[in-house]
Design a protein around this ligand. Sequence first.
Ligand code: PLP
Length: 404
Amino acid sequence: MSDVGAQTTKQNPLQYITEQLKELREGGVAPKLRVLEGEQKPVCIFDGREVINLASNNYLGLTTHKALRKAALDAVKRYGAGAGAVRTIAGTMKLHVELEEQIAAFKNVEACVVFQSGFTANAGTVSAVLGKEDLIVSDELNHASIIDGARLSRATIKVFKHKDVKDCERILQENASFPGKKLIITDGVFSMDGDIAPLPELCDLAEKYNCIMMVDDAHASGVLGRGGRGTIDHFACHGRVHIQVGTLSKAIGAMGGYVCGSRDLIDFLYLRARPFLFSTSHPPATAAACQAAFALLNSPEGEKLVKKLWANTKFFKRELKKRGFQFKVSETPIIPIHVGDAAKAFEFSKKLFEAGVFAPAVGYPTVAEGRARLRAIVSATHKRDQLLKAADLLAEVAKPLGII
Ligand SMILES: *Cc1c(COP(=O)(O)O)cnc(C)c1O
């Protein structure tokens, strides 16, 4: 006789996950992953449907650029598919070192170290540079990877109001006698509103209160500054920011993150940044594609792409404004369309997709509760007629929902 009763009462220790998921789905805030068929392009096929793509961070169209493809293919042929070890054991290839020298020159700094992603660059660096006796002063809308790095460091974390230099100074004054080291940290361009940090003023505070200054330029590299050199270049703050983080996964078109700074900072990170020490380095194809991307950024073609990105951004914003959309804070190709309620934002995005435009809705935990929005991102490779059509469709779908 089998013990049927015991089997039916057997408990699933993950039952709570199933219940939470059900609740999220019923609340309309558990969107499915959209699946891309083919290349990441201005018009492409997601979930079997052709849509105008306003969803990717591929600002300059480099994900599919022929120079990057060729570099990646050549690297695979010459060096194989993988690096085979972490950087500190046997996984430092010549390709990695050359890429770091190239980025350091581009950013006009002494040295650079490449990480597996922008996320690990932030998390690994903040936690390596600071410890539990230290103080981190952080913008409230900083990226999750900064927040995680700050938590991992076990330092005291104080958050200042978004872009509020006075509030930042208040915290520094209140902690004037703080015995440990102090770090001011901000995104260069904020990923959800497309606004730019008040970098010169934050640098003033860093100098006045003897703080380390750190900027995460994930959305600014390849976008802001001369030829896409980033926020520091945009504001001419050269020499005033001790730690610059960037990503290779957005405008650069491949994958990875990097930290730029003094030679000693980088040599120290080689020894203490945990993702660098404990996770394998990029495959040759990735490092080679990134090299091709920086070579391109340094060329007239790269400059042209950055200019085109800004021309398209201005054009699209103007067309959206004509149709009744407002976005006061955006200063970059990131265009947030505020909705408020998360379920409504997801409905907006879904209807828009059905109409032929892909722009994702973002809700909690990516943005605060009640601050859900649609986020549209323009690229250098969008054609004017595609942007016009997207603006028309956005308006058509937004109107009956009461968004405009
Ligand atoms: C995307 C992003 C990152 C992470 O970069 P990845 O290379 O995708 O890991 C870090 N910081 C900010 C501000 C970002 O927007």
